[in-house]
Design a protein around this ligand. Structure first.
Ligand code: ATP
Ligand code: MG
Length: 638
């Protein structure tokens, strides 16, 4: 379909690289023939993968395509804000946009949240019920004497009380911080103290196991509300259900300013001690826009984000973006299980699914046939975030789900999706996609110390497509974090030469697609070469024996650093000398002598963060006999 609009003008107005394609293609709908592949140029990891085209000629054109083209060509953040209600006097409150405005109109009786219990039973909350419950929670905070700006934390699984606490706190003008319920006592203590938590919502057993003993260390923590007290709270705690019954609902959502703090989110702790990123109410403008363009959300959709609100994805896209769009958000109260997940996709008729590479890899390992007994015909869009998405997984999606997987990139600090393979665009497997409307991205040159190269105060972008540099964003998007808690200096250092530095290294190809290379801290310098661990790991994973790889640099007096790989093997393989030599030879042929690992260790399991990322800094610390540093987000593995 010819919209008469050049896609490059729409989606990346500031992109400076060479020639680009000008087709605007959309693909959504049950007709899976609308996708076809074609061999594209070599990717930065050296493998040839097909570009996945979305061919609208095989489909009836979805009615919103023309809207997208028109909107995006003149996109501004101010314009996006017009799609929200706002409150009198220029006030803006996330909870009003996500809940209240739907609760007074024709969508009041529409399902807002649909919880799937362990036994498969479903509990739904309509927008009207959610509005009432959140107003009660807000009223309760007032009754407890908490003022605007109060810090409310949760240590809870994905159950209805978590969602009403988040939105109720925002209604009351408080700041919410959801903690991952599987954290041990130390990470809980660290975050409650650093965040100055005044209220904690949790369960009896989590309280007993992780919180009771550390109450004396948290002098700010005035109230602990138990969701399952059943009329008999623990000492020094309150019965949330009983209090809510008698609480006077807050009559009006607090008219917060767009720049008022709303959420506190800790990063995953992949590169060091987790940082507390502060987000403001204005972020909701970005949640609206990215929900529309990156996740293709539309009213009436059933949508499932598998992330826990303990990580930013589970809040921005597990709560705010879907509710702002008035869709039904499915919440699975259980953990990942292959058959259960396929059952939920089929039984709940999920249309849009947002998940993570680690989960998709697990489904892939289980085999595409596990999907075959399930009716996935409602599914029309699948997206992934969190770490690099292997090209194999994108293509596996076509086979098992009938759809390719759309990778997108963002961080706790950005508050929302910044770079994405969105619905309307051809996919290059292995690429994170292109910047969304309103987002200006670049790849910056780095000096020897890894700092940006400045000219007249402005940081310089790399000169050629494919050159590695630091991924940077022009500050000013609404969901940008406004500080690291108690770390002003660290926050200031993120902004250099007119850009926000992401700490990730990337390349951009001639068509404006971005490719992840590695985290700045993980990049290896060997004999003058800059080596991204992702590149080496991806090549190693193409060897039939390798299930997962973690690659680090170890000091070497001659080369500076040498590449060392830690490998988890697939079932049926034994890690002996012959296999080691075979893999070393394979890597050398694939990557060249300068980049291939010199050493390989076989390990039973690689260390991961709880949000699913390989903890290379821990591999390095263990290898060099250094202190392990902050391992509070380390996943406990058998
Ligand atoms: P910390 O900042 O504490 O070290 P973290 O960076 O892992 O932890 P998050 O904010 O949860 O914490 O993760 C964001 C990071 O995850 C990105 O900076 C990037 O390194 C990685 N990431 C996210 N999405 C993608 C993606 N699509 N491709 C590659 N990497 C990704
Ligand atoms: Mg980070």
């Amino acid at each position: 379909m010819d919209t008469g609009i050049n896609v490059d003008d729409i989606f990346e107005p500031n992109h400076r690289a060479g020639p680009r394609r000008g087709d605007f293609r959309h693909w959504a709908g049950p007709d899976r023939r609308a996708c076809h592949g074609e061999v594209s140029a070599e990717t930065p990891t050296g493998t040839v993968w097909p570009t996945i085209h979305k061919d609208p000629s095989a489909l009836a054109v979805p009615p919103h395509l023309a809207d997208y083209a028109r909107e995006c060509s003149s996109f501004t953040w101010q314009g996006a804000r017009q799609h929200l209600d706002g409150l009198p006097g220029g006030a803006l409150n996330i909870a009003h946009e996500a809940v209240d405005r739907h609760a007074v109109g024709p969508r009041a009786q529409h399902e807002a949240l649909r919880f799937v219990r362990a036994d498969g039973a479903v509990e739904s909350l309509t927008y009207a019920v959610l509005a009432e419950r959140t107003a009660r929670f807000a009223g309760l905070l007032r009754a407890l004497g908490l003022k605007e700006g109060a810090r409310v934390f949760s240590l809870l699984g994905r159950r209805p009380e978590l969602y009403t606490a988040v939105l109720g706190t925002l209604k009351a003008g408080g700041v919410f911080c959801p903690l991952f319920s599987a954290f041990g006592p130390d990470p809980v203590r660290q975050r409650l103290r650093l965040g100055g938590a005044q209220v904690l919502v949790t369960t009896r057993s989590l309280y007993r196991k992780k919180v009771a003993a550390l109450r004396p260390d948290c002098p700010d923590l005035r109230h602990v509300l138990l969701v399952d007290a059943d009329g008999d709270p623990e000492p020094d705690t309150l019965d949330l259900a009983a209090l809510l019954q008698t609480a006077e609902p807050l009559a009006e959502t607090v008219p917060t300013r767009p720049g008022d703090y709303a959420l506190l989110h800790f990063t995953s702790g992949t590169t060091g001690t987790p940082k507390g990123a502060l987000h403001v109410h204005e972020a909701v403008v970005a949640h609206w826009a990215t929900g529309r363009y990156a996740l293709d959300l539309h009213q009436g959709d059933v949508y499932w984000c598998t992330a826990d609100p303990g990580w930013v994805t589970g809040t921005s896209y597990g709560i705010i973006a879907p509710l702002v769009h008035g869709v039904t958000a499915v919440v699975d109260e259980e953990e990942l299980d292959v058959d259960r997940w396929y059952r939920i996709l089929a039984a709940e008729r999920v249309g849009v699914w947002y998940t993570a590479p680690t989960a998709l890899r697990m489904l892939m390992k289980a085999g595409a046939e596990r999907a075959s007994g399930h009716d996935l015909s409602a599914l029309r869009f699948v997206a992934s975030v969190g770490e690099p998405l292997n090209p194999e997984v994108v293509l596996w999606g076509q086979e098992a789900l009938g759809l390719p997987v759309h990778d997108n990139w963002w961080q706790t600090e950005t508050g929302g999706i910044m770079i994405s393979n969105y619905a309307a665009m051809d996919i290059r497997p292995g690429s994170m996609g292109r910047p969304l409307p309103g987002v200006e991205a670049t790849v910056l040159q780095r000096d020897r110390d890894g700092r940006p190269v400045l000219e007249h105060g402005e940081a310089l972008p790399v000169e050629h497509p494919g050159e590695v540099g630091e991924l940077a964003l022009r500050p000013g998007w609404p969901s940008m974090f406004r500080g690291y808690l108690n770390e002003d200096e660290r926050y200031r250092k993120c902004f250099v030469g007119g850009w926000y530095l992401t700490g990730d290294l990337a390349t951009r190809d001639a068509d404006g697609y971005y490719w992840f290379v590695g985290r700045g801290d993980d990049v290896i310098k060997s004999s003058g070469h800059l080596i991204g661990p992702f590149e080496v790991e991806s090549a190693l994973m193409e060897h039939p024996a390798v299930a997962e790889a973690g690659v680090i640099g170890v000091p070497d007096p001659v080369a500076g650093e040498l590449v060392k790989a830690f490998l988890e093997l697939r079932p049926g393989y034994e890690g002996g000398e012959a296999l080691r030599l075979d893999i070393l030879g394979f890597a050398r042929r694939r990557l060249g002598a300068a980049v291939a690992p010199r050493e390989i260790d076989f390990v039973a399991a690689l260390p991961h963060t709880r949000s699913g990322k390989v903890l290379r800094r821990l591999l390095r610390a263990r290898e060099l006999g250094l202190p392990e540093g902050d391992v509070s987000t380390l996943e406990a593995r058998p």
